[in-house]
Design a protein around this ligand. Structure first.
Ligand code: GLU
Length: 415
C-alpha cells in the first residue's frame, strides 16, 4: 500500500501515537485531532498587466487553550487546506513543547511568489489580511512569516490590519522589520534555535561538531542562516539545495560567496567550484548532520533507509513521514523533530510580541540568551521523556506538548 503523505492525517497519527503514553482522555484526543476553525477566503487582486486575478487564502486555527493562535503564513502554489490544517496543529504542539503561552494557527495563500512583482505581492498580502481580519488580532491570532514570506510582507500585513482597525497594531504580526516593531534576532531565530538543539544532540551522541559534515536541503531563510551558524562552530557545510537543485563540495562550501551567489541569481545552483546534485541525492549523502529545511514529506519510507546522517535536525515542518521516522529510529539516527528543532522561530516571535505589548525593546544578546535557555530546557525535557518511555524524540516531544495542552483543556473545563 502506498504511504500516506497527507500531512493532516500524519499529524493525527502523531497525536494518537503520543496519546498512548499519556493515558489521554479520548475526548481530549478528539478535540486535538481537529482544528477549531478553518477560514477560506477569496479576494481579487489587480495585476501589473491590468487584469484582475482572484486568489485563495486559508487561515486555520487549531487550539487556543493555552493562549492565542500563533503561526506563519506561507505563499506557495501547492498550498492546500489539509496542509494548512496540519501546519496549524504542529504549531500548537511546537508552542507546547517549548512552553510558550500560545496555541497553534497557520495560514497560506495559493500563489507563486517567483512570478509576482513587489506590487502584486503587496496587494495579495493586503487582500488576504482584509479577508481574515475578523479572526486575527494581538490577543486572538498572531501570524508570522513562513515559506516564501518575509519581513516586508509582515510589514504590509501589519499595516493593512492597523488601517482596518484605525490604530497601530504592531502586536498582530511577528517577524516584522525592526523599524516597525520587529525584534532583533528574529531573522536568524529559527536557525539559531535549530543549532542550539543540534549542539545538545551532538553532546548526547559524543559527536564533535568541530569538523562534522553538514548537508542542508532548502537554502532559504532558515537553511542559509543555519549554514553560517554551524560553520562558526567548526562544522563543514558540504551541500545545500533549493527548489532548482543542489550543489556539493566535499571540501566544504565557501558560505559568504554562496550567499552572494544565491542573492544575485536567486538560486544556489551553478555555484562556482561545486558539483551539481539533486534534492533527493542530498538527503542520502554520507554526512554527520542532515538539515531538511524545505517542505513536507522529503524523507519517506522510500528513501529513509538510505539516509546516512547521525543527526537529522528538522528545520522544516513535517519533512519526515511516520514510516520514515520509524526506519530512522531503528537505524539509530537521532531525529530532532520539527516541533522542537524549528521552534526557535516562534520563540523569538513570542519575544517580539512581548516587546510590542510592552513597547520596550531588547538587545540581540538578550534575545539569544533567552532563546538558548528555552531551547536547552525544551531539549532536556524531550530527551528525558524519550528515555523514560523508550521512544524517539518526536513521540517524546508530542508527549510533552500534548500533556501541556491537555492540562489546560482539563483545568479550564473545556472537556
Ligand atoms: N513559520 C514559523 C514556524 O513554522 C514561525 C511561526 C511564528 O513565528 O509564529 O514555526
Amino acid at each position: 500500500m502506498a504511504e500516506n503523505l497527507n500531512p493532516f492525517e500524519i499529524v493525527q497519527q502523531q497525536i494518537s501515537e503520543a496519546a498512548k503514553y499519556l493515558n489521554l482522555d479520548p475526548a481530549i484526543e478528539a478535540v486535538l485531532r481537529e482544528p477549531k476553525r478553518v477560514l477560506t477566503v477569496t479576494f481579487p487582486v489587480k495585476m501589473d498587466d491590468g487584469t484582475t486575478r482572484v486568489f485563495t487564502g486559508i487561515r486555520a486555527q487549531h487550539n487556543d487553550a493555552i493562549g492565542p493562535y500563533k503561526g506563519g503564513i506561507r505563499f506557495h502554489p501547492d498550498v492546500t487546506v489539509d496542509e494548512v490544517k496540519a501546519l496549524a496543529m504542529w504549531m500548537t504542539f511546537k508552542c507546547g513543547v517549548v512552553g510558550l503561552p500560545y496555541g497553534g494557527g497557520k495560514g497560506g495563500v495559493i500563489c507563486n511568489p517567483k512570478e509576482l512583482s513587489q506590487g502584486e505581492l503587496e496587494r495579495i498580502s493586503r487582500g488576504y489580511i482584509e479577508g481574515i481580519a475578523a479572526i486575527i488580532g494581538p490577543d486572538q491570532d498572531i501570524p508570522a512569516p513562513d515559506v516564501y514570506t518575509n519581513a516586508q510582507i509582515m510589514a504590509w500585513m501589519m499595516d493593512e490590519y492597523s488601517r482596518l482597525q484605525g490604530t497601530n497594531q504592531f502586536g498582530v504580526m511577528t517577524g516584522k522589520p525592526i523599524i516597525v516593531g520587529g525584534s532583533l534576532g528574529r531573522d536568524k531565530a529559527t536557525a539559531q534555535g535549530c543549532v542550539f538543539v543540534v549542539i545538545k544532540a551532538a553532546e548526547k551522541l559524543g559527536l564533535d561538531l568541530n569538523g562534522a559534515t553538514v548537508a542542508i536541503q532548502g537554502y532559504g531563510n532558515a537553511g542559509s542562516q543555519a549554514a553560517f551558524l554551524l560553520d562558526k562552530l567548526g562544522c563543514k557545510v558540504v551541500a545545500v539545495s533549493d527548489s532548482r537543485g543542489g550543489i556539493y563540495n566535499e571540501e566544504g562550501l565557501e558560505l559568504e560567496a554562496l550567499y552572494q551567489h544565491k542573492t544575485a541569481t536567486r538560486s544556489c545552483i551553478n555555484f562556482p567550484g561545486s558539483q551539481p546534485l539533486t534534492n533527493a541525492e542530498l538527503l542520502e549523502l554520507p554526512v554527520d548532520i542532515l538539515i531538511p529545511a524545505a517542505l513536507e514529506n522529503q524523507i519517506t519510507a522510500e528513501n529513509a533507509a538510505r539516509v546516512k546522517a547521525r543527526i537529522v535536525a528538522e528545520a522544516a515542518n513535517g519533512p519526515t513521514t511516520p514510516e520514515a521516522s520509524r526506519i530512522l529510529y531503528e537505524n539509530g539516527t537521532t531525529v530532532i523533530p520539527d516541533i522542537l528543532a524549528n521552534a526557535g522561530g516562534v520563540t523569538v516571535s513570542y519575544f517580539e510580541w512581548v516587546q510590542n505589548l510592552m513597547n520596550y525593546y531588547w538587545s540581540e544578546e538578550e534575545v539569544y540568551e533567552k532563546l538558548q535557555v528555552n531551547m536547552f530546557k525544551a531539549f532536556a525535557q524531550v530527551y528525558a521523556t524519550s528515555q523514560e518511555h523508550q521512544v524517539d524524540l518526536r513521540t517524546a516531544a508530542f508527549i510533552v506538548a500534548i500533556k501541556r495542552v491537555a492540562d489546560a483543556i482539563k483545568i479550564r473545563g473545556i472537556v
